[in-house]
Design a protein around this ligand. Sequence first.
Ligand code: GLU
Ligand code: ZN
Length: 305
Amino acid sequence: MTGRFAPSPTSAMHLGNLRTALLSWVFARREGEGFLVRIEDLDQQRVTAAHGVADQQLTDLAAIGLEWDEPVVRQSDRLGLYRDAITSLDTYECYCTRREVAEASQAPHDGHRPYPGTCANLSDSERAQRRTQRPAALRVRSEGASFAIHDRYAGEVTGLVDDFVVARGDGTPAYNLAVVVDDGLQGVSQVVRGDDLLSSAPRQAWLADRLGFPVPEYMHVGLAVNAEGQRLAKRDGAVSLADLAELGHSAVEVRGWLLASLDLEPGLTNAELLQLPLEAWAAAARRWVVDPDQLAGLVNRMSTT
Ligand code: GLU
Ligand code: ZN
């Protein structure tokens, strides 16, 4: 069994990312298994704009007490592997803009608009003509498949697999393709990540199967959200380790908050965490409502109850 944490280095990790990282570490290491960190830096425009973030993310993970197997891989070093995988799939060129897909498609389902197949059966001359208008993305032919995955918290989840994008118009491999190729090639058998990605799991598992990789076990854990129930973001205030350090909160203290948010004693050591029975981690499935002003109180509340 091998687990992993796969941050995108587009902005500093916030408390929710750190909590997910802690959970992916514990679920791998409690069984004495491999734990990898993979930097998902394919979106070069956003990554370049956020210079230095990847290294900071590794520093932050270490600061809250996590360790991982070397080497840390970066997706930008692995483009050839993604190209080989794409070549092995049954794909077709798609010239649709986001807007065209939106107009032709049903309402988004969990944030994803099923592709209606507009470009699936174009003739050679139609393709030649459309190519002059716009660089083509590549979509995989799914033949309307549906695929079931098992998630430790959500149970069995079945999803329709549409003809999703595997390479973008600029040639960059799509996230859904790269994540599956990497998990497959790295032998990842346990995927722990935020529950915003649960609806992507059937599509990714179907692709893993297509590419000849075993389908991993999934654990989609509760995202950190603000008081309005929205995904935690910079505008929610002091939520990265750097912000919190400026306010005088150490990484050790933050680790205590993460544990308290999981209904665990904030002072537990790594060795103690790894000894806990699986049932002790049930709170991982719940979303964490973060109010930056009340974080320090979280641990106090915990030690008085
Ligand atoms: N890189 C993705 C993110 O930061 C996570 C991908 C995954 O865990 O599958 O949202
Ligand atoms: Zn299209």
